[in-house]
Design a protein around this ligand. Sequence first.
Ligand code: B4P
Length: 190
Amino acid sequence: MLNLVLFGPPGAGKGTQAEFLIKSFGLDHLSTGDLLRSEFAAGTKLGLEAKSFMEKGELVPDSVVIGMIKSKLENSTGSKGFIFDGFPRTVDQAKALDDLLNENNTPISGMLSLEVDKQELINRLLNRGKDSGRADDQNQSIIENRINVYNEKTLPLIQYYKPQNKHFGIKGMGSVEDIAGRLKSVVEGL
Ligand code: B4P
């Protein structure tokens, strides 16, 4: 089984690149951002709780996202592997994910870390905010808060995967196709 963590700051291209990886390797896509947005679109209690954090650019509590991923993994059978997109975002989430995967002897194969300059991240997200309807993409100070939260709480995950030789840094600037090619060659080498 091939289990990939697609990692990077907000706007790094995780959602965009996940689509290429799905096509190339036939993996199942688990995006916690998408799952949370569908919960609040459906008006569930979990979704309404998550919305207040997301609109401020803060992380949703670990217990909420871990519970969500756990139930998705328990309900998927016959998968060739998963792309974890936007998850884990804290060290506690990474430990919980390892525990869940170890139960089935299917560890993380690699962490693909997209590296993009801060100004490019802000430009991409403001651009998407023009027609996405996402409140968290429409305000520069919320975007900057998301990047700060990433630097403080999510970036340390590199030090979690590096000693396991699972961290792969990939340049995330340039055309979408070029970046997809870089990711593909790393995954083929795993
Ligand atoms: P996400 O949905 O994961 O949103 P994101 O970090 O902004 O990344 P996204 O995948 O959407 O952007 P992408 O880089 O693909 O999370 C949203 C919120 O949910 C979080 O802030 C948090 O509150 C909550 N959340 C989610 N997971 C959580 C967790 N595990 N724990 C706690 N809270 C959690 O693309 C951005 C834009 O760039 C797109 O418009 C794309 O078209 C463009 N783009 C991509 N590649 C490009 C390129 N090469 N050149 C030009 N533009 C490009």
